[in-house]
Ligand binder design. Structure first.
Ligand SMILES: [Ca+2]
Length: 207
């Protein structure tokens, strides 16, 4: 059976999104490969984090779960034209808190898809058609981590393959179709671990 024109255009959209995402990843690798190892831990702007903090910032914001944050996806306006370009915001689950997306300043070429929002203070500037407003059926589990329950509309519904996203927050493998949000429901061994404030201080002070 021939695919319908709708299926064909969705396939093209998905392929285009994957291509843009991979282009962003490539660009990120190129930019950060310019730096020496030592430079990653420099903090050239005192009010900003060390450079290593920004390694994960450029590719996009995908497969996160945000619960009851005062601000969700947020960009402040800046002078002199600073902003964001070609940012991907996809397959995130946003529950509670402020507007789903609140962006000031230039935001050029943004790509949005597959997000779930629930009980936020409205979608904000998140474009219609790029999110589902539906209860993700999250429940707080160990360490206060919110995970989707059986029957959650986040399960197996991610839009696009995102091949670079191959593990979830537990270090468990992602399986297509992936779950939206930070957690992939899986019986595989957990290779990752929730970091407590004590763990972080331990790493900082190397004790
Ligand atoms: Ca998991």
């Amino acid at each position: 059976m021939r695919p319908s024109s709708t299926e064909t255009s969705l396939d093209a959209l998905r392929a285009g999104l994957v291509q843009r995402y991979q282009r962003n990843r490539t660009r990120t690798r190129e930019i950060f490969s310019l730096l020496s190892d030592a430079a990653f831990y420099e903090q050239p702007i005192s009010l900003r984090h060390p450079i290593v903090f920004y390694v994960g910032h450029l590719p996009g914001f995908t497969f996160n779960t945000l619960v009851n944050n005062e601000r969700n996806y947020f960009q402040t306006g800046r002078t002199n034209g600073l902003g964001a370009t070609d940012t991907v915001f996809a397959n995130n689950v946003l529950q509670g808190g402020g507007a789903a997306a609140s962006l000031s300043g230039p935001y050029t070429g943004g790509v949005w898809s597959g997000n779930i929002i629930w009980q936020t203070a409205g979608p904000g500037v998140m474009p219609p058609g790029t999110y589902d407003e539906v209860d993700p059926l999250l429940v707080a589990k160990a360490n206060g981590l919110f995970r989707p329950q059986t029957g959650s509309p986040a399960i197996d519904t991610a839009v696009g393959d995102f091949p670079a996203v191959d593990v979830d927050m537990d270090g468990q493998p992602r399986q297509n179709p992936k779950d939206r949000g930070a957690d992939e429901i899986s019986d595989a061994p957990m290779a990752g671990k929730f970091l407590t404030p004590g763990d972080l201080l331990g790493m900082i002070h190397q004790r």
